[in-house]
Design a binder for this molecule. Sequence first.
Ligand SMILES: [Zn+2]
Ligand SMILES: [Zn+2]
Length: 187
Amino acid sequence: MLVSSGTCDYRGAFFMTNPLISIGQLLNKPQGTTDRHRNISIEAKFDDVPEINPIAPIVFDLDVIKLSHEFTAYIKNLTCECTFVCSRCLVPFVTPLIIAEASRQYIYDLPTEDIPNDEEVFHIQKGASVIDIRPFLREEIVLHFPDFPVCSDSCKGLCSACGINLNLSECTCKKGSANNPFSALKL
Ligand SMILES: [Zn+2]
Ligand SMILES: [Zn+2]
């Protein structure tokens, strides 16, 4: 593999049909040249992030900009299908996750001693002609996970007394009791 991940986190094992973005065309272009990729579609499986649907592709636009000793990758309009467990009714549901914009800098062609020793710094090995954006995608998607996913704004959740799923059936427990410790917890 031509690409070094720098200090990228490779905890996740993954599979993508088209994971590598070529920078070969950009290498000899002037600074500021932008390579535009539209509607990239990648099938991804991140073993440590089961929320990301491995069947539905991750779709996004990507601009790669050549700068001095650096390539900047801009992701735009990313959509991927994710499976979350509803925080009200505890039933898994599939929903699209959308990321409007994200970017990452990849340092290129600097002597090793000049590369900042920083976890947030990523670099491309000298001579490489591709950027592996898998760790970038994985981290951005995880960052955008909702804290309290809900299957629907109208999800009625579980009865706090008997635990029944109120979307599916009703129960005879008293509703709206002021003593209900969960009544204030409606998400
Ligand atoms: Zn729900
Ligand atoms: Zn009940």
